[in-house]
Design a protein around this ligand. Structure first.
Ligand SMILES: CC/C=C\C/C=C\C/C=C\C=C\CC(=O)SCCNC(=O)CCNC(=O)[C@H](O)C(C)(C)COP(=O)(O)OP(=O)(O)OC[C@H]1O[C@@H](n2cnc3c(N)ncnc32)[C@H](O)[C@@H]1OP(=O)(O)O
Length: 308
């Protein structure tokens, strides 16, 4: 595993094409992975669990279910992002896995997006490390060589929406209380170009323009209308529908699907890979501004007061 973690991003030759293969490099990975437990049975099915992520791989179907289990709202902290990246990397390297379903083990929430406490009141070094891990999860999911389906069984703002959009297909629970979208503007922050481009590639330019400027959050039925999700189904059917859906994708020869995906996504992945350092600098400059810290503090208080 350590070798895998040291390795960085690379291109793997596949016939005449090169596929993307990510590496999760946080430098803090070994202590996190040591905490995980895993088991494997005779049919090569396996389960593993760490504090934020649980993985069940069915060796007979090749389908892995990756569940977010970071109470209370699956906010994406540095630890969460690191564990998720490691889990996905392990599955990507596991020949018995052909596709993953990302979902939540918590009720009502897929993910609350990036953990705001990682972006508030900390030092520039911390912000840089955190942002690098956000880049890494996007590079991992968007450039994933295997099939990735989001089974969105709860609200999914901002970073939660980004990870969903980075998957190949999205199925959302039909509860009208749930919301999904890039709401950054409502927090007084700005989605970076790769968030924006991911949304443009999902729902088109005009819808993204309106969504980003207003920080719009969509109900499942509205998300379906604009193409932000591909299917809306009763909550109890989200996981079974995701499993049926991934089974259809599995009928396509892996190499043809993988190369087609890479052809569509590689230019965007390359764009971030080429500008990672400047993107981190932009983020740190932006997030350390007094006015932005003030907005985030205000937003966090409003979340707490809403509850009171
Ligand atoms: C020019 C550009 C250059 C560079 C780019 C610059 C900047 C880009 C920067 C950042 C991009 C960020 C993307 C993000 O993901 S930001 C996060 C956005 N997320 C949200 O807005 C979600 C906020 N949360 C909610 O709406 C709700 O909590 C909920 C719908 C997810 C769940 O509602 P519930 O009623 O079930 O639960 P709550 O009582 O509200 O929450 C419980 C508990 O959790 C805390 N919390 C909620 N969300 C977060 C979060 N995202 N991070 C940290 N903590 C969160 C909430 O405060 C409660 O805490 P307490 O129990 O009160 O302590």
């Amino acid at each position: 595993m350590a070798a895998v973690l040291r390795r960085g991003f690379r291109l793997v030759s596949f016939g005449s094409s090169q596929l993307l293969c990510g590496g999760c490099k946080h430098g803090r990975t070994s202590s996190l992975s040591i905490c995980s437990t895993s088991s494997r049975n005779s049919s090569s099915s396996s389960s593993s669990s760490s504090s934020h992520v649980k993985v069940d791989l069915d060796g007979s179907t090749g389908i892995a279910v990756v569940k977010f289990q970071s109470s209370p709202v699956n906010s994406m902290s540095l630890d969460f992002l690191t564990e998720l990246c490691i889990s996905l990397e392990k599955l990507e390297l596991d020949r018995s896995c052909r596709g993953v379903i990302l979902t939540s083990a918590l009720p009502k929430i897929f993910s609350a997006g990036l953990d705001i406490t990682e972006m508030y009141g900390k030092n520039p070094e911390h912000y840089a490390e955190f942002w690098k891990s956000v880049q890494e999860i996007w590079l991992k999911v968007y450039g994933y060589s295997k099939i990735a389906i989001a089974a969105i069984n709860g609200s999914s703002p901002a970073g939660g929406c980004l990870v969903s959009m980075a998957c190949d297909y999205r199925i959302m629970a039909d509860d009208p209380r749930y919301r999904i979208g890039l709401n950054e503007a409502q927090l007084g922050i700005v989605a970076p170009f790769w968030f924006k481009d991911t949304m443009v590639n999902t729902v088109g330019f005009r819808t993204t323009e309106l969504s980003l400027q207003f920080g719009l959050m969509y109900s499942p039925s509205d998300a379906l209308k604009i193409g932000l999700v591909d299917q809306v189904v009763p909550e109890e059917n989200v996981l079974s529908t995701a499993t049926e859906t991934i089974t259809k994708w599995l009928a396509i020869p892996d190499h043809a699907r993988e190369i087609s995906k890479s052809m569509m996504r590689k230019p965007m992945v390359d764009r971030l890979l080429a500008s990672r350092e400047s993107d981190i600098k932009n983020f740190v400059n932006f997030i350390t501004k007094d006015s932005i810290q003030k907005s985030l503090g205000f937003y966090m208080n409003s979340l707490k007061q809403r509850k009171a």
